[in-house]
Design a protein around this ligand. Structure first.
Ligand SMILES: NC(=O)c1ccc[n+]([C@@H]2O[C@H](COP(=O)([O-])OP(=O)(O)OC[C@H]3O[C@@H](n4cnc5c(N)ncnc54)[C@H](O)[C@@H]3O)[C@@H](O)[C@H]2O)c1
Length: 438
């Protein structure tokens, strides 16, 4: 049923994750568990969602994976890097996301995946250290070593294609500098060990140079700069980012569009979290938290448009807090207090208490991004893939474009992009009743 021009997903797809912590290991373990028939791919659009084609009355609703030539789970193979030397089994046990009864049946498989040594410097993630780190003289060397790792891992696994999803810790906050303005400046920066080039940017550069699509699951800059975007366009490589949309921000981008469609005002939105995993520990450093704060705080403004709806949202006070609290582990708790107002400005309150499991929400995002980016590459798409905004807290957009945070609009765009890729018309929801709108 798919577009004939899309190259088929022949052979194995290598999914590379810089960072093999809670999210990456939950993702890998989940895929293996599903392949063995022990679990279902809950939360994954590529595996579970259908796509309506044509008018509703045509009754054509295939699964997305039957409509488009996505890689099969059976054809996925894995690789990654970490500063900790633990194999995926040990890292999975350490992360304490999954229960032993879910890990043990796939233990042998998980033990076969060892992390490659990391491109890492502690100044970019203050609260992290480990022995499994590459030596280097220049950042150019480091990028070349990563490129070689990609090629070697493809050979070892017999993969014909690869994608990379950054699942590493959140690096300290950075905005683009001089060396990010063009690929020439970036490459000069690599030779000269420019401080502004962090490890996640090296992985992104290495991936793009190897023709490997790249997604950034964390809030740090990584490929979100003119140099790497330009490189991705030139090399015909799709990229996407930033920061997986899970937990509290997922709730926020579900709820806020609802209030806005009903023209309900919001006076204040206070969000606080407790979490005790390694990610929480890293975010305990103010500079890493700053990266997260920026991606978490931006969502309400673009959804609510306070400059257009002054009476409803101009005075909205939005505050986000993340608190590292070890006893909670990966079982984060996110509280939202939302002060809304209605007719004649009468106030009301909504309290949300989300007892969430961060990595359980993030794992299917890693899977979908890997499969969709691989598809996009075979479709000949290059540069920033805005249609994947659905998966991110702070979607990377093309220069001059405005981010979209409303999850329903993001979803609409994603599905219509898939329809067009498959040679179908985008859905407008007017098709059957068009005459009544004239
Ligand atoms: N869990 C979620 O739902 C969620 C949601 C949005 C974003 N994120 C982001 O995804 C990332 C991963 O989250 P997590 O919970 O798995 O964290 P984690 O701390 O369990 O895992 C991150 C891993 O990255 C490794 N690492 C750090 N820098 C590296 C480098 N330069 N090279 C190789 N490895 C490196 C660390 O050693 C660690 O094992 C974090 O940045 C987090 O903020 C997670």
């Amino acid at each position: 049923m798919s577009n004939n021009s899309t190259k088929a997903a022949d052979g194995k797809l290598l999914v590379l994750t810089p960072g093999m912590g809670a999210v990456a290991t939950t993702f890998i373990a989940g895929v293996e568990s599903i392949r063995k028939g022990l679990s279902k791919p809950i939360g994954s659009l590529t595996q579970m969602q259908t796509i309506r084609l044509g008018a509703r009355s045509e009754n054509r609703n295939p699964l997305i994976k039957d409509f488009l030539p996505l890689a099969e789970l059976e054809d996925l193979t894995f690789g990654g890097w970490d500063v900790k030397p633990d194999n995926v089994y040990d890292a999975c046990v350490h992360a304490k996301v999954l229960k032993p009864q879910d890990i043990e049946p796939i233990a042998e498989f998980l033990k076969t995946i060892e992390p490659m040594s990391a491109a890492f410097e502690q100044k970019y993630v203050k609260k992290l250290d480990g022995p499994n780190v590459k030596d280097f003289k220049t950042k150019k060397d480091l990028a070349e070593q990563l490129r070689e790792d990609i090629r070697n891992r493809m050979k070892e696994t017999g993969a014909t294609r690869a994608v990379m999803v950054w699942c590493g810790s959140t690096e300290v906050y950075q905005s683009p500098s001089e060396c990010h303005m063009s690929i020439e400046a970036f490459e000069k920066g690599l030779e000269e060990n420019d401080e502004a080039i962090s490890p996640s940017q090296l992985y992104a550069y290495a991936a793009i140079m190897e023709g490997v699509p790249y997604a950034n699951g964390a809030p740090n800059l990584s490929a979100d700069n003119p140099a790497l975007t330009q490189l991705a366009e030139e090399k015909g490589v799709p990229i996407a980012g930033k920061d997986f949309k899970t937990g509290q921000t997922l709730m926020k981008t579900i709820l806020a569009p609802g209030f806005k469609t009903r023209m309900l005002g919001i006076q204040g939105w206070f969000s606080t979290n407790i979490l005790g995993n390694r990610d929480g520990e890293v975010l305990d450093d103010p500079e890493s938290f700053k990266s997260k704060e920026v991606t978490k705080s931006g969502v309400l403004d673009t959804i609510l448009q306070p400059e257009t709806y002054k009476d409803l949202y101009a005075d909205l006070y939005h505050k986000v807090r993340i608190n590292y609290y070890p006893p909670r582990g990966d079982e984060k708790e996110g509280w939202d207090n939302i002060d809304i107002f209605g007719w004649m400005s009468y106030p009301m309150q909504i309290k949300v208490d989300f007892l969430c499991r961060d990595s359980i929400l993030a794992a299917p995002i890693v899977l979908d991004l890997a499969l969709f980016l691989d598809l996009a590459k075979r479709e000949g798409k290059a540069g920033v893939q805005e249609w994947l905004s659905f998966y991110f807290k702070s979607p990377q957009v093309e220069d001059g474009h405005v981010q979209e945070h409303d999850i329903f609009i993001q979803h609409f765009r994603l599905k219509n992009t898939l329809r067009v890729m498959g040679g179908e018309q985008p859905v407008t929801h007017l098709s059957e009743n068009y005459d009544s709108y004239k």
